[in-house]
Design a protein around this ligand. Sequence first.
Ligand code: 13P
Length: 254
Amino acid sequence: MARKFFVGGNWKCNGTTEEVKKIVNVLNEGQVPSTDVVEVVVSPPFVFLPLVKSLLKPDFHVAAQNCWVKKGGAFTGEISADMLVNLDIPWVILGHSERRQLLNEANEFVGDKVAYALSKGLKVIACVGETLEQREAGSTMDVVAAQTKAIAERVSDWSNIVLAYEPVWAIGTGKVATPAQAQEVHFELRKWLHANTSPEVASATRIIYGGSVNGANCKELAAQPDVDGFLVGGASLKPEFIDIIKSAEVKKNA
Ligand SMILES: O=C(CO)COP(=O)(O)O
């Protein structure tokens, strides 16, 4: 089964109402491949989710950038998966490295979040990735395997998970992984899924790359056999996001 190309735009903690409307406008007007070829999901901050959802053309979907680990209650400042479902928000990003690093989200905690969000019917973009120090120490695969294992131990159905490989050293740095570096980790992650989940999960799960993806480097990355799309930060706030969506054509013609 062919894996449909997936392009996510992670807006992080950016935007005003006016800016959000402008970005949505650009997205709605952009000439992009059909939904048979590419799945596009944008992730604004929580407070803009209803606005973006109401303005965005139906071909594109929205994701929250996080949610609480279980049912809501006395958890000041948190947003529950149940609330996202209530607002018809189909996707959530979990385990982003900024949350793992700045907010100390541990592998197990992320795994619990993924399991709970899936159990409520959300689709999950689950992020993994190593720091520069870990890469230089040669432990990239150990790190991403441990992060993926914490999810695999808690989840049996992978059909609503997209796995995002985002090397921390490439995020927001302008230092993109080379196509060969991305392919190597994606290939290893798929091999890991093959051995630790099932051959079916390994071949069906989309593994997307994130970290300084832009309009200029996306095509070469998209051409890698195990790169099934992107999770884009900075460039997802700019018109070049349309070019990144278009890189799905590389796969179609492959
Ligand atoms: O963290 C990212 C997406 O989740 C990547 O961010 P940049 O594209 O800004 O490097």
